[in-house]
Ligand binder design. Structure first.
Ligand SMILES: NC(=O)c1ccc[n+]([C@@H]2O[C@H](COP(=O)([O-])OP(=O)(O)OC[C@H]3O[C@@H](n4cnc5c(N)ncnc54)[C@H](OP(=O)(O)O)[C@@H]3O)[C@@H](O)[C@H]2O)c1
Length: 249
């Protein structure tokens, strides 16, 4: 099958392209770096010609509230229109577990807007909702740093390895559309400060991690249930400890 991976040069996208190619598919990485831009439309129709499946793994260059909403609306809208024109039979997208439970977050609102576009477009689709990636924890710590202190919510997270996300997305891309949502998550719930502290300790990073019930993550406060997964979620196999053991700085 020809499968176009929008954002195929990114963290998850590059792994999905590799996985699909290894299974004998024609996996095409499509992003500004390969001459395909879902905002301007550059290269989009040519990339989609003859494709059976499109996997949308693009991310916004800016996480500012208005910019990220504009990105996912414009990118998703242009992409779905181009897919209809090209006769693509399955749209796969990666969104976020619990986004609908944290409306104070501009990023999460943008991901919900992305889902709503997909559900309204009439294209056969599968939405894969994931929890946070282990690979995102270092950037999360940096964003929460003030001086030598990293202040993060006290709530549970249930993060997952990027390789496990990519494996799940690869399986979905090769399967029939479910016209609904599949959830994936890591195998354990862990307190946010414990995750950040473990990464910084492994990195010999001297910053102090403080748990604060009112600290915001992507603009929102969190409870233990906000962005952890329900009981139906497919769980990745990689534990946090196993990931950290092979992902030291
Ligand atoms: N981080 C998390 O914990 C988390 C959790 C759940 C879901 N997600 C979702 O997972 C998805 C993938 O995230 P990621 O971390 O793999 O992203 P990433 O590494 O930041 O990669 C982003 C990709 O988007 C591409 N892109 C940017 N602007 C584009 C445009 N105008 N047209 C086409 N492609 C464009 C980039 O292309 P270039 O390389 O050419 O710039 C790059 O390939 C995102 O939608 C994100 O919301 C993330």
């Amino acid at each position: 099958m020809k499968i176009v991976v929008i954002g195929g040069t990114g963290l998850i996208g590059s792994k999905v392209v590799r996985n699909l190619s290894a299974r004998g598919h024609e996996a095409v990485p499509a992003s500004p770096n390969t001459g395909v831009n879902t905002i301007s439309g550059e290269g989009l129709d040519a990339a989609l010609a003859g494709a059976q499946v499109v996997v949308d793994l693009a991310n916004s260059p800016s996480f500012e509230d208005a910019a990220v909403l504009e990105f996912f609306r414009t990118s998703g809208g242009n992409l779905l229109k181009a897919e209809v024109n090209a006769g693509v039979g399955h749209h796969v997208a990666l969104t976020i577990v619990g986004a609908e439970r944290v409306p104070d977050s501009g990023y999460m609102r943008a991901k919900i807007a992305q889902e709503e576009l997909i559900e309204a477009a009439g294209q056969p689709y599968t939405i894969v909702r994931s929890t946070q990636f282990f690979e995102f924890l270092r950037a999360t710590a940096d964003a929460a740093t003030d001086g030598d202190t990293v202040r993060v919510p006290t709530a549970d997270l249930q993060p997952i390895a990027a390789e496990d996300v990519a494996a799940a997305v690869t399986d979905v891309a090769m399967a029939d559309p479910v016209n609904g949502i599949i959830e994936i998550a890591g195998p354990e719930r862990i307190k946010f400060p414990d995750l950040i502290r473990a990464v910084l300790t492994a990195d010999n990073d001297p910053r102090t991690v403080v748990g604060d019930q009112h600290a915001r993550y992507f603009g929102t406060e969190l409870t233990d249930a906000s962005i952890t997964a329900g009981t139906d979620a497919h769980l990745g196999a990689t534990t946090f400890a196993a990931w950290l053991a092979v992902n030291r700085k």
